[in-house]
Design a binder for this molecule. Structure first.
Ligand SMILES: C[S@@+](CC[C@H](N)C(=O)[O-])C[C@H]1O[C@@H](n2cnc3c(N)ncnc32)[C@H](O)[C@@H]1O
Length: 361
């Protein structure tokens, strides 16, 4: 069993320099020892960072209400309906959604299949432990290809969604050389025992904006995630009818290059402390970057999806709550739920950076 730092060191010794995307992949997903593999309790107050899921069950319950509305509309068309979640981690969000549907929409609950797309056997085990009581309704696949191979309906009708999945996908890191007026890619190499940055020569960044480039400072950094765009295209391809949804922090193309983000959006998190030392202690700290929502939007639209919403998390959840308090399943919120709603929507908590993209077919 290799630790991430050993795996990274070996690859660097072989090739001299590796991309930051490969460094990030090994740090986070090295089998059994990567950051997301080794320890289940990294999310939440006692972990390294909080997510909307770890604030309490209201987030999942509001999503369940919204998903039920969407699925009820699709049910009229009478086909096997599914909710597919990726990035389920310990299964808590799935438990909140399934629990609410079971209690408040029992008929729909008995008709749907809840699919978890999970490449890691270890995380599947955590999820199976928590979701045992919903067992007949839940199925696991490693990815879209696995789902396609193992099911009769190789296309999916329903909702495909993720919360804070795409910010955890590996990113390439580019820098701006103001003197030569070119973008270059940052790679990672070794200096003795330490991992250090090293420029790749002759690497070009695909997105150009000459007006902005004229004023960008030297070493201005930006990230690019082909993995996130590929994942979105695959999700869009498999969606026959329904919604493709992601909730995450990120920006649009027009916000991508901003003087306020001179060092890019890549960050490391450990015990609720944010750090710019991205190369320190691989496997022991989370690595994450903002999602490029415009790139996802374009990837989905290229497969024929329509963009329904790209809004902030407070806008999205407030709209659901307004419908939910007049609908079945939510009456007045309990004080605990009011506090959860505030945490999910207040700009000083999770309300500022988080956005929701909904596309449909
Ligand atoms: C930041 S955590 C978010 C966990 C949870 N969704 C939440 O909001 O609390 C990201 C999760 O995505 C998982 N992940 C990364 N790549 C994935 C992939 N290709 N398919 C499914 N899950 C993946 C990670 O292992 C991790 O569990």
């Amino acid at each position: 069993m290799k630790m991430p730092s050993e795996a990274i060191r070996e690859e660097i010794l072989e090739s001299g320099v590796i991309s930051f995307a490969r460094f990030m992949e090994l740090a986070l997903y090295c089998p059994e020892t990567g950051y997301y593999e080794a320890e289940k309790d990294i999310v939440g107050q006692r972990g390294d960072f909080i997510t909307s899921v770890s604030t309490g069950s209201l987030f999942g319950e509001l999503l369940a209400f919204q998903f039920a509305e969407w699925l009820e509309e699709l049910r009229i068309a009478d086909c096997g309906l599914r909710i597919a979640e990726a990035g389920a981690h310990d299964g808590k969000l799935a438990a909140d959604i399934l629990g609410w549907l079971q209690t408040h929409r029992p008929k729909l609950f008995s008709e749907i299949e809840y699919v978890i797309l999970e490449p890691s056997m270890r995380r599947q085990t955590w999820q199976k432990d928590l979701l045992g009581k919903f067992a007949p309704r839940v199925r696991w696949f490693s990815d879209f290809e696995d789902l396609r191979l193992k099911t009769q309906n190789s296309k999916l009708a329903g909702v495909i969604f993720s919360n804070e999945l795409l910010d955890a996908f590996p990113v390439h890191r580019f820098g701006w050389d103001a003197k030569r007026k070119v973008w270059f890619e940052w790679g990672v190499t070794l200096d003795g025992e330490r991992f250090v940055w090293k420029r790749f020569e002759n690497s070009e960044f695909g997105i150009r904006n000459s007006e902005l480039e004229a004023v960008l400072p030297d070493n201005y950094a930006i990230e690019y995630s082909p993995t996130a765009e590929k994942w979105w295209r695959e999700a869009a391809d498999i969606l026959a009818r329904g919604k493709l949804v992601t909730i995450d922090y990120g920006y649009t193309a027009s916000e991508q290059i901003s003087p306020a983000r001179r060092c890019g959006t890549l960050r490391a998190y450990q015990r609720h402390h944010v750090s710019d030392d991205l190369l320190a202690n691989p496997g022991e700290q989370d690595l994450t970057a903002h999602v490029n929502f415009s790139a996802l939007q374009n990837a989905g639209e290229a497969t024929g999806l329509e963009t329904e919403t790209l809004c902030t998390q407070p806008q999205f959840l407030t709209r659901i709550l307004q419908k939910a308090v007049h609908g079945k399943g939510f009456s007045n919120l309990q004080p605990k739920q009011v506090r959860q709603f505030q945490t999910l929507t207040h700009p000083e908590h999770l309300g500022r950076a988080f956005r929701v993209l909904v596309q449909s077919r």
